[in-house]
Design a protein around this ligand. Sequence first.
Ligand code: DHB
Ligand code: FE
Length: 279
Amino acid sequence: MSKIIGGITTSHIPAIGVAMDKGLENEPYWKEFFAAYPPVRQWLNEQKPDIAIVFYNDHGLEFFLDRKPTFAIGTAREYHNADEGWGIKPIPPITGETDLSWHIVNSLIEDDFDPTVCQEMRVDHGLTVPLSLMYPGHDYQHIQVIPVAINCERHPMPKPSRSFALGQAIGRAVESWSGDKKVVMFGTGGLSHQLDGERAGYINHEFDHYCMDQLVPNPEALTRYSNGDLLKIAGSQGVELAMWLAMRGALPGKLTELHRSYHAPISNTGAGVMLIQND
Ligand code: DHB
Ligand code: FE
């Protein structure tokens, strides 16, 4: 039987990847931010998950505004990054997974979700930066990755409650799979941030802490928000809470929060890290 061992949340800011590549982790600006990650890495090294299901959003690399699936799932053997506008970042390809991916696709359709199924898909910083954070030195090729992209860029976006329900459906799919693998869920992005417009730089610390307090014991406190609510309360990119909710929905068992950190601002973002074990 496969086992969902837990979930991890993390910001996915592109500058994090640049800071790691340049060895800036101990610089004053970055030190506290990176201090959040060793306990998460240690847990991953001890638990040794075989597969990571990564809930992320594609910021316009694979899906631009003209073609924007509400939910998309990858079924490829391998994934590559590409130029997001600041030059190609030479990182190793991400190892895909085909058996569980297709099982999830079939299970989702039966469960009345209708994702876009991608047998080829370029992946952006929303997926690559968290992987590099978890496995420094881009040492992530041993873990098989199933990308699940949630539209957070153009309206209409899925309701937060729907992203949570997608996570629940994916959790059910994993539990009904015959494979004998350890699976970890990543929810990337968030927390409050607004990158442009009049409120650029807007961060809501109080709301970010509220999200982290509620995520494990009471996710329904968060799924009741509309995207319009989130936009006002957490900034226009605060809607990235969707990936945290999908990750949380995919954790079906008895949950224990093992680790938490919050640091803001980093770039224009409230950066939250949570490590949640599923028993
Ligand atoms: C930035 C980009 C993101 O996708 C995000 O979620 C937060 C910050 C940035 O470019 O700073
Ligand atoms: Fe983002």
